[in-house]
Design a protein around this ligand. Sequence first.
Ligand code: ADP
Ligand code: MG
Length: 253
Amino acid sequence: MGKIIAVAVPKGGVGKTTSVINIAASLAVAEKKTLIIDFDASGACSIALGFSPEKISGDIFDVFSYSKSIDKVIHKTDIPFLDFIPALVPSYQSEQRLEKLSSNIMFIANVIRTLADTYDYIIIDCPPYLKGMTTNALAVSDSLLIPIRAENFSLDALRKILRHVEYIKQTYNHRLKIEGIFFTMFEAHTKVSIMAMQDLQENFNGHLLKTVIPKNVTISESAFKGIPAVLYRALSKGSQAYLNLATEIMSKN
Ligand code: ADP
Ligand code: MG
């Protein structure tokens, strides 16, 4: 039985999508059969994996709206062991419609559960808010992985999602656990980073992962190239950090 991990925090630009892509690619490099599912209508995972719209033959929202079965929207990537289900929302109207469909929380959870036997890891990229798709993701996941950025460090967003986890556990998914919290775009020498690190150690130490992802130009460059950083330049500091993070996650499981 594979493990389903949601990457979420109700804040944009903290490195959720970057983390999903690079952790999943690192797991695939370690020959773990891995599936990325994009739950964010902005579709950033497609860009980061080099999928232009004409290469996409169906998406997670086709599954939500009962127009395709889930096995018909799984795309092979260029990376062995890595598959991908995109999210493409063509219009505001369809986004509104989906918002309604996403209230059918147990439907999508049950559909995604059927894939858990096929993969070692399923990693879900969430939008920067809790309602709708993030709630769907948490209802089906075994654990939640939370990226946090020190520069605009927000204990608030962190507390908010941890409270939401308690609600999800009581309502939809009592198995949900915290996989861990980790820093992204970390700049070790800055005062704000030191303060943020102390804050996290004092308040959330049990959940803080050892690996820290540094701010690194290879990571932003690779997103433009449409190739995960861990494959684009495996020896860069950022790539090495993501490979270590994947190893840390695998060793916990
Ligand atoms: P989110 O999904 O939380 O909105 P993204 O993963 O899209 O965040 O990251 C936001 C921006 O920061 C992107 O342009 C991405 O390339 C860049 N970025 C993410 N992680 C790093 C990093 N470690 N170093 C440098 N840039 C990064
Ligand atoms: Mg994102």
